[in-house]
Design a binder for this molecule. Sequence first.
Ligand code: SF4
Length: 217
Amino acid sequence: MGQTRISTVHAVETLDLLEATYTGAHCALVHDNPWQLLVATILSAQCTDKRVNQVTPELFRRYPDPQSMATANQTEIESLVRSTGFFRNKSKNLIGCAMELVRCHDSNVPEKMSTLVSLPGVGRKTANVILGNAFGIPGMVVDTHVGRIARRLGWTKAKDAEKIERDLCALLPAERWTQAAHVLIFHGRQCCQAQTAWCSACSVIGRCPQIGVGRQK
Ligand code: SF4
């Protein structure tokens, strides 16, 4: 395949195989509603989902909605989310976000990309997580796993997250975006890792140009 541009048909067939491999791929952040998912996703920056899931039960118990978080004491939030890292900034963003939701959105999480990214601490990645997983609106989440695997598969050459998102959205049908991100993230954690690609055990080895792969197993 070399440098040949990957077609949508080829990419979708590869995605079919990955989805068949990771049938249980899903959003690993535990949540019951869009507000909880927004909070958990803000906390997940530079942190594992597992760690976030350890702190959110108490956080959600004390601050079940934007109204309660909007009037929260920042020091209290910081003590609850400290273990997720960057806890001062995250706490400030959580309160700022809640205040904005109360002030401008009737305490609801908006269902629009342009509105979501105007909230404190919310970038396109977080917004796409919310759109896809809380509202069923197609969102192409691009994290480090998605970017790396998309490059190795030849689906993009970009390194910038926004450019990767644009390339993947152009390549894959919208109804596949949300699950594609889950599957690529699972694949990135379990098989196509940053330092070592377990190509010999990979379900799509026959379809992968393995672009830029370093160490292989
Ligand atoms: S063949 Fe190797 S580089 Fe390609 S997706 Fe599989 S593990 Fe990653």
